[in-house]
Design a protein around this ligand. Structure first.
Ligand code: GPV
Length: 830
């Protein structure tokens, strides 16, 4: 008998067994991992060991499902979505996986048997923080939803050794420390050394008749890039998703001869050069730093991914003409746009395809999501830099551009000016490659992430492309968030209420069912429990604040929360100026009047890009104001200001369920969507926001009355900016009083904070803080008034929570599947 026959039949028997789900079997597998994976027995098992031992048994169970899912999709030749993203902000996996497998109770009992509380073990896990903010978290929600909705979808990204930096607050200032998340064993990844590809940089292009395109890429530096798979647990289905992350193999780059000669730096130089490619995630959100190493990261990511996609496609044995029927590639912003040039290069240089046939495949496979209109975020690469690192790709991009401009000239007779405006190459000095333009030209669909944003990109930054390609190429897919993590996992109290109302847990992957909550809005007992759940979540956050900041806050106060990346356009500055106004107002009152006011805890959290001077100054300013307010005996509990350090996914899971109000107050037209706004409202928080991003659609769904909206509208912004520059109105008296307080020096040296004064009024006020300030304060007054009327508040909170069905990422993914990917779901156990 052949080895394969024996092993295949035995193996078939083995894998057809269900992995046991009972407590005793689970406990035994935990013992086995403790003993044989980690060299531990129950007497020397610490919390970290217990977490690892348990997590590895979950890992086993996930891997089984991952295998089953993969075989299933291969067997039916399913089309696959390849979601390409430089960021996946996953956070923790442990709790999420237990809930997905439906084994949380069993694992809780097993933890107790080992002498631990499951909640404490959950806190042993380090966040996987491979992303900056909304864009990276969206990618994580999307792979969750693809798996949950039974789509054949994989995420592709980079395995950064250091994720998003850890933020310390020292003397009020942000200080960055490396995020050493790989120091512990990671139960959630599977190294796949057998899956590796060569990725090339530098070198030169030679004309050779031997290739069909006539070009070869010579003298390049080559690296081996290898895969690490991260299974994505899915709730309510046996499908499991996958995020494939790339990293360089470095061992064979060690130079033994140099080492033997005593040249240690020389011996390891090439290893370091390869390793450093995936050392760090660039900590910029909505900002393009243009660093050479980042371009190399992007190309390494893109090249390995496209090669992997092609490899899988070839296994199907189908002709190239069917590539786009089996492969969809979604570009999460422009960061993976080089994939367009890479696929074209492989097809024409290595697969001997004609330019036009290759280009047809490329444009039918790729689609592009835009996440911002902020000019400083739009990626551009200098032509000389790209020519040095990726000479062949630069040539291909010039050709793509040439054919594109020729097409435009033919179809719409246009002047040179028009052509230079839409050219992929910006004629600056040096020339620059406009990545968003390349992404549009190389894709069959382009989408924005909320209706207002999709409308704005068509009318502004991409308007010329609408003329060229027609309006239908540009679509909207409003963002969403996974209800598995952002309701079921982070808010057990609320989840129990929804489950009781719906009758079962089906709402977790069918979120529109939460609308049934509305039927209980007049039920006294239900209303009380709804309120109690919020109070319990606020108590949990108060404890977290005590532990992380040492500040005692009263959980009966109104919790007013703004947590997100620190950015001028998000206007944390307007928030803190409003806090100073509140402080001034309270100071003028008698003690009796003060006690009569709504007590508030104002909570901030968020990281600033390390080189973003104003954002860092805003953090210092918030902390300086907090110091004064929190230590003012007159104020006491009436007002507290808190800056929670090191905002991250696991912190958000404690913060989000605890809001009464959350603020989403970007200057109209600047926030593409926002996604935390959705999470807060799902968890029964009301929002105070501008008419921007997804706030607009949230208001449509929950009703204008349920939401506190203020501020100028997107189409008015330009005119206000113009007026601030040339015909400024007199300054609002309240804002002037706030500036006077700052200038009096109560918050510290006023010179230090002067740049913040200068960028919040007059010609420096790019984000219209001074324009919106008065209406912002009015909206805040309305919040106070409503909070005093507890019954009305509870009604609004329930109505909001029940009407958020649209904002599950399952709906977003279904929109993508139907309108962009043209793909059907298929369950592994169906
Ligand atoms: I471009 N976004 C982000 O987090 N980082 C970025 O570099 C860029 C965009 C965000 C937008 O700012 C949010 O409005 C949006 O909700 C999110 O992407 C997901 O679409």
């Amino acid at each position: 008998t052949k080895r394969s026959d024996v092993s295949n039949s035995e193996y078939a028997k083995f894998v057809s067994q269900e992995v046991p789900r009972d407590e005793v079997s689970i406990l035994n597998s935990v013992f086995s991992h403790l003993a044989y994976t980690f060299h531990k027995n129950p007497s020397n098992t610490e919390a970290m060991d217990a977490y690892n031992g348990i997590a590895f048994t979950i890992r086993d169970r996930l891997l089984k499902r991952l295998e089953d899912t993969d075989s299933h999709f291969i067997s039916i030749n399913a089309k696959r979505i390849n979601y390409m993203s430089m960021e996946f902000l996953i956070g923790r996996t442990f709790d999420n996986a237990m809930l997905a497998l439906g084994l949380r109770k069993e694992y809780s009992a097993v933890s107790n048997t080992l002498g631990f509380n499951l909640e404490d073990l959950i806190d042993e896990e380090r966040d996987a923080a491979l992303g900056n903010g909304g864009l990276g978290r969206l990618a994580a929600c999307f792979v969750d939803s693809m798996a949950c909705c039974n789509y054949n979808g994989w995420g592709y990204g980079l395995r950064y050794r250091y994720g998003m930096f850890q933020q310390q607050i020292i003397n009020g200032y942000q200080v960055e420390a490396p995020d050493c998340w790989m120091d512990n064993p990671n139960p959630w990844e599977f190294p796949r050394p057998e899956i590796s590809y060569k990725v090339k940089f530098y070198g030169n292009i030679a004309k050779t008749p031997s290739t069909s395109s006539g070009y070869t890429w010579e003298n390049a530096v080559e690296y081996d890039v290898m895969a690490f798979d991260t299974p994505v647990p899915a709730f309510g289905t046996k499908n499991v998703g996958n995020i494939r992350l790339w990293s360089c193999k470095t061992n064979d780059l060690f130079d033994l001869n140099r080492f033997n000669a005593g040249d240690y730096p020389g011996a390891t130089g090439n290893m370091v050069a390869a390793d450093i490619l995936t050392y760090v995630l660039y900590p910029n959100d909505n900002q393009n730093a243009g660093k050479e190493l980042r371009l190399k990261q992007e190309y390494m990511f893109v090249s390995a991914t496209i090669q992997d996609i092609i490899h899988r496609f070839k296994l199907t044995g189908k002709p190239w003409s069917e590539f786009h029927e089996l492969v969809a590639i979604q570009l999460n912003d422009t960061h993976p746009t080089l994939g367009i040039a890479e696929l074209q290069r492989i097809l024409v240089d290595e697969e001997a395809m004609s330019w036009d046939a290759a280009w047809d495949i490329v444009t039918k496979s790729f689609a592009f999501t835009n996440h911002t209109i902020l000019p400083e975020a739009l990626e551009k690469w200098p032509v000389p830099m790209m020519g040095k690192i990726l000479p062949r790709h630069l040539g291909i991009i010039f050709d793509i551009n040439l054919f594109f401009l020729q097409h435009v000239e033919k179809s719409i007779p246009s002047e040179r000016e028009f052509l230079s405006r839409i050219s992929i190459i910006e004629e600056s000095s040096p020339q620059q490659v406009r990545m968003a333009y390349l992404a549009i030209v190389g894709s069959h669909r382009v989408n924005g992430v909320a209706q207002i944003h999709s409308d704005i990109i068509k009318a502004t930054i991409f308007s010329e492309f609408v003329k060229v390609f027609g309006s239908d190429k540009f679509v909207n897919v409003t963002n969403g968030v996974t209800t598995r993590r952002w309701v079921n996992q982070c808010n057990p109290g609320l989840s129990a209420l929804i489950t009781e109302t719906v009758g079962d847990e089906s709402w977790v992957d069918d979120y529109p069912k939460a609308h049934l909550l509305e039927s209980r809005v007049n039920d006294e007992d239900f209303r009380k429990r709804w309120w109690d759940v919020k109070q319990a979540n606020k108590l949990r956050l108060a404890t977290y604040i005590k532990d992380t900041c040492g500040i005692t806050v009263n959980h009966d106060a109104l919790f007013d929360i703004q947590v997100k990346r620190i950015h001028e356009y998000k206007r944390q500055l307007m928030n803190i100026l409003g806090v100073i106004h509140r402080y001034n107002t309270l100071k003028k009152m008698t003690p009796e009047q003060r006690q009569d006011q709504v007590h508030r805890v104002i909570i901030f959290a968020g990281k600033s890009a390390s080189g973003y001077y104003i954002a860092k100054l805003i953090i210092k300013f918030i902390n300086s104001v907090a110091d004064v307010v929190n230590n003012d005996k007159d104020i006491g509990d009436v007002l507290k200001v808190v800056f929670i350090p090191d905002y991250c996914v696991s912190a958000a899971e404690v913060i989000v369920p605890a809001s009464d109000i959350s603020q989403h107050i970007s200057t109209a037209g600047t926030e593409a969507s926002g996604t935390s706004n959705m999470k807060f409202v799902m968890n029964g928080g009301l929002i105070l926001g501008t008419v921007d991003g997804a706030n607009v659609e949230i208001a449509e769904e929950v009703g204008d009355d349920q939401i506190f909206m203020f501020g100028v509208l997107a189409h008015e912004v330009d005119e206000f900016r113009f007026n601030l520059r040339y015909h400024p109105d007199p300054l609002d008296a309240n804002l002037q009083a706030v500036y006077d307080t700052i200038k009096s020096g109560v918050f510290g040296n006023p010179d230090e904070f002067n740049p913040l004064v200068e960028c919040s009024h007059g010609p420096g006020d790019n984000y219209l803080v001074s324009v919106d300030f008065a209406s912002y304060l009015m909206a805040q007054d309305a919040v106070d008034a409503l909070y005093k009327d507890r019954e009305s508040w509870i009604t609004k909170s329930i109505l909001c929570g029940s009407r958020m069905g649209k904002f599950t990422s399952d709906r977003s993914i279904t929109d993508y599947a139907e309108n962009i990917w043209n793909i059907e779901p298929s369950a592994v156990d169906a």
